[in-house]
Structures are given as C-alpha cells and as structure tokens.
Design a protein around this ligand. Structure first.
Ligand SMILES: [Mg+2]
Length: 323
C-alpha cells in the first residue's frame, strides 16, 4: 500500500545506525547497491515473524525489533558468515509513532552492535508482521553447512539450552519462577543473542553447524539427515542454566532443552582431529561451549544419561499458541 502515512522507512531508518563502506547506495533508490569482494560467498537468509504466531501479541516493540533481527543474524552465524546488510518489510495495523520509535530503536541498536547496515525496506498496512532479509559474507570454502558431519565427530552447543522455552511458558502463565529467574528466562526468550563470533571462529574447525530455532532434537535431526548420520546424545551433559534447573524438575528441564526451541545457540560438530583447536578458536567468542554427544553411523538420536539408554520421545516445537 503506497500511502504517505506509510512511507515510514525513511523517517525511522534512513541514515540511522552503522553505515558500512561496502554499501555503494543505501535506502532511497529502487535497489541498494552493495559491493561484494572477490572469493566471497554471499550468505542470504529471510525470516518472517507474525504476531500471535512467532511472538505474543502484547510483546514489547523493543523485544520484537531485537528478536526479528537477532533470529536472522543467528542464521548467518550458523553458516560461519560475517553479517553485513539487512532489509526489512514491516506490516503494521496502523502507523503508531510510539511503537515504531521503540521498534526501530531496537532494530538499529542490534544492527549497530553487529556492524550491520540497514539497506532497504518497505512498509504496508495489515496485521503485524516483520520480514527481515539478512546478508553476510563468508570466504569461499569456509562456509559451515548442515551436511558435513561424519560418524565419530563430536557434538557441541554454545550457551545454555531451554531458557527461552521456559521464558515463554512463564509469559503464558504455564510455569512459575522466582523473580530473579523469571527476569533472566524471559529476557532469554525476548532478547536472543546471535552467536556470530562463535560461528566465524568455527570456520575450518566445525564439520557442520546449525542454529537452534526449533529445539535441539529437531535441529539436530536436520544435521543428521543432511549428513546421513545418527547421534548419541548425552543428557547429563546438556548445558542448563541455574534459572532453568532452579525452576523445573530435571526431566522437565531436558524437555525444555530438547523441544522448546528459540534458544538461538549454535549446534555444531567437530572431528576428533580438530578438537584440540576448539577451545582456542572459541576463547574470544564470549560464550561457553559444551560437548553433548557424538555422531555415529545409522540414523536418529539415541539418548543416554550417564551412559545408560533413556527412552524419550522428543519432537520439535511448533509455533502454535495462536488461536
Ligand atoms: Mg536456522
């Protein structure tokens, strides 16, 4: 819909935040013009967040803006890419100044932090939805994909798992937590951290990588399928926060870690020969990493707790609380 009221991108986003030198022409013409160096692959990803489907309808605009950018940058992290450019398609029920100011502020803040320039966008009237396309750069041959893992490779994750899922459960009143834990867990749900430095540090070390959007069980399933492997997953090694463990039972914590999704941590595999270099590579990434299993031949995930087989029927989480 072309209306003056909805020519909002210019007002709120043009010339704001980090301005990269590789943007030959930014917001304002028919297209942006971007300069891609030789021997570089462009990594491109798009994610849509719909109100009531991917975020609660009453979520703060600052959180929506942060999350919309972060989940796209998380996909770049999972490919080992350095983030560079972002474009934004925003559908809004009405031009609400206060909402837009907060939303745009968060988008620009995350872009600024990660050295990303907003190079284009569009606004339309309709039910609230945000579509972002993020583009990043990775040297030819250094990209991380889901398909490179081999039997024997070790399985790792960054950060802690399950926090975002429990944060959502708290927001929806399905669980109760102490005030401290509640704040931490809800922040993990609303303000995910894309593991960009870790993703780039894993170039040449990890044999495969994916970011955890749907839940460990489901996302590991994607890696196993693409790599034609199975995996032994060590439940006793799953990294979980004090907030998660202090709020729900261990079994329930496993469920959140395996199924709830929205953690936006990286899941990656490392061949035995590269294991020694891993700690050094990730030393400056600002996030810890944990070995949670090992790949094997065959297919599917076998769950072990202190070496003993455990039967768990884990399934990926569907974004489905919208009525
Ligand atoms: Mg992904």
């Amino acid at each position: 819909m072309a209306s003056r009221e909805f020519s909002l991108i210019d007002n709120y986003f043009k010339g704001k935040g980090h301005q990269r030198k590789d943007v030959v022409l930014g917001i304002g013409d028919d297209c942006a013009l971007l300069s891609v160096p030789e021997n570089t692959l462009l990594a491109v990803t798009t994610d849509t967040l719909v109100s009531g489907v991917h975020f609660l309808p009453d979520m703060a605009p600052r959180a929506i803006g942060h999350k919309a950018v972060a989940v796209n940058l998380s996909d770049l992290a999972a490919m080992g890419a350095e983030p560079a450019w972002l474009s934004l398609a925003l559908t809004l029920p009405k031009a609400d100044d206060a909402w837009l100011k907060e939303f745009a502020g968060a988008v620009i803040e995350v872009c600024e932090y990660y050295g990303v320039t907003l190079v284009g966008g569009d606004t339309t009237r309709g039910p609230l939805s945000i579509t972002i396309t993020a583009q990043g750069k990775v040297p030819v041959g250094k990209q991380l994909t889901r398909g490179g893992a081999k039997p024997g490779d070790w399985l790792y994750v960054t950060g802690t798992l399950g926090d975002a899922g429990l944060g959502l459960a708290l927001l929806e009143g399905r669980e109760q937590a102490s005030a401290d834990h509640r704040e931490y867990l809800i922040n993990r749900h609303c303000y995910p951290t894309p593991r960009l430095l870790a993703g780039q540090a894993l170039r040449g070390i990890a044999s495969s990588a994916i970011d955890l959007s749907d839940g460990l069980a489901s996302d590991l399933g994607h890696v196993l399928k693409a790599s034609h492997c199975g995996a032994n997953l060590f439940l006793d090694k799953l990294p979980m926060s004090q907030a998660l463990l202090g709020t729900v039972s261990l079994e329930s914590a496993w469920r959140y870690a395996l199924e709830a999704g929205d953690d936006y941590e990286l899941l990656f595999t490392v061949p035995e020969a590269q294991k020694g270099g891993l700690d050094t590579a990730l030393a400056h990434s600002g996030v810890k990493h944990s070995c949670i299993g090992q790949l094997r031949g065959g297919e599917g995930i076998s769950y072990l707790n202190h070496g003993q087989p455990v039967v768990l029927e884990a399934q990926g989480y569907e974004h489905s609380w919208a009525s």
